[in-house]
Design a protein around this ligand. Structure first.
Ligand code: C2E
Ligand code: MG
Ligand code: MG
Ligand code: MG
Length: 289
């Protein structure tokens, strides 16, 4: 403190430091009001059965259109919401909005909703999920909750209990971003997951002969099948990767090749058309036989 008050004093008022903290505060306040101001939206990205082109469901992905800064990525504002104590409210709004939308889709089409570890570790999460299922009339089997390995970092007694209670409700559980954590395999034995989502970092470019991703994906598929779990490859962008993913026996595909996250109206049309073609993305220029 003495140092800071002496020679380094000016640093306390360094514009960049000041603006960084102030910036956070401003964004936090803006986010606090984003729901009421109608700035949040949920977009939906198709998840397709790898064996054909049938839509299994959609992942709901939250979007924030800031009034002056434009669109802000959830990778930025979800962590902010977690730190600011806003994730419960935002997450519940996303779940409710997603279920309301899913109630418009054909009954076999699922909806996958991301749940922050903070939401999952809140003891009221089961009642919250149950309430919105009841009020929207969506069958529990159609809801898939995506959680990351972060759930296990703050593990307490509630975690095991929550898994069991959610399974008892009938909802499905997916382990998101699989392979990116420190002890991914350990988590698989801890919880009754229905699906493993293979992280994009293993999927993108997996078809290129020089990398080891294909071997890793193959191993994950074998493991998942043994444990009775589905697999989903995230981030499939090219025909080559799609073909490889199919050959490796991954059960579901999600990626720009089948469609980017899109607004509810577009998802509704897709949900009713039931199949989607692998042609939606600009990088698909290679000639196909
Ligand atoms: P995630 O749950 O792993 O979602 C997949 C992300 O990959 C999405 O990014 C999606 O747009 C992107 N993606 C899908 N296919 C492709 C592809 O082929 N190529 C590329 N380059 N990207 C692809 P998005 O929407 O920016 O979301 C980022 C992350 O933010 C999500 O990762 C999730 O962790 C978090 N997130 C988004 N919505 C919510 C939410 O409602 N609640 C919570 N707790 N987290 C959310
Ligand atoms: Mg996800
Ligand atoms: Mg993911
Ligand atoms: Mg992710």
């Amino acid at each position: 403190a003495a140092k800071a008050a002496g020679r380094g004093k000016h640093r306390l008022y360094e514009p960049s430091m000041h603006s960084e903290a102030a910036e956070r505060q401003v964004m936090e306040n803006d986010l606090r009001q984003a729901i009421e101001r109608g700035e949040l939206a949920v977009h939906f990205q198709p998840i397709v059965r790898a064996a054909g082109e049938e839509i299994s469901g959609f992942e709901s992905l939250v979007r924030w259109q800031h009034p002056t800064r434009g669109p802000i990525s959830p990778s930025k504002f979800i962590p902010l919401a977690e730190e600011a104590g806003l994730i419960g409210k935002i997450g519940e709004w996303v779940l409710r909005t997603s279920l309301e939308e899913a109630s418009n889709w054909p009954d076999h089409v699922r909806v996958a909703v991301n749940l922050s570890p903070l939401q999952f570790n809140d003891p009221s999460v089961v009642a919250m999920v149950s309430k919105h299922l009841n009020e929207t009339g969506v069958r529990a089997e159609r809801l898939e909750l995506e959680i990351t390995e972060g759930v296990f970092l703050a593990e307490g007694d509630t975690t095991d209990d929550t898994f069991a209670k959610l399974k008892a409700l009938g909802v499905r559980l997916a382990l998101d971003d699989f392979g990116t954590g420190y002890s991914s395999l350990g988590y698989l034995k801890k919880a009754p997951f229905d699906k493993i989502k293979i992280d994009q970092s293993f999927v993108r470019g997996a078809a290129s002969a020089t990398n080891r991703n294909a071997a890793i994906i193959r191993a994950i598929v074998t493991l998942a099948e043994t444990l009775g779990m589905d697999t989903c490859a995230e981030g499939v962008e090219t025909h080559d990767d799609l073909q490889l993913i199919r050959e490796l026996g991954v059960s579901m595909v999600q990626g720009y090749i089948f469609g980017k996250p899109s607004p509810a109206e577009t998802a509704r049309e897709l949900a009713n058309s039931t199949t989607v073609h692998a042609e939606g993305f600009a990088c698909i220029r290679e000639p196909r036989h």
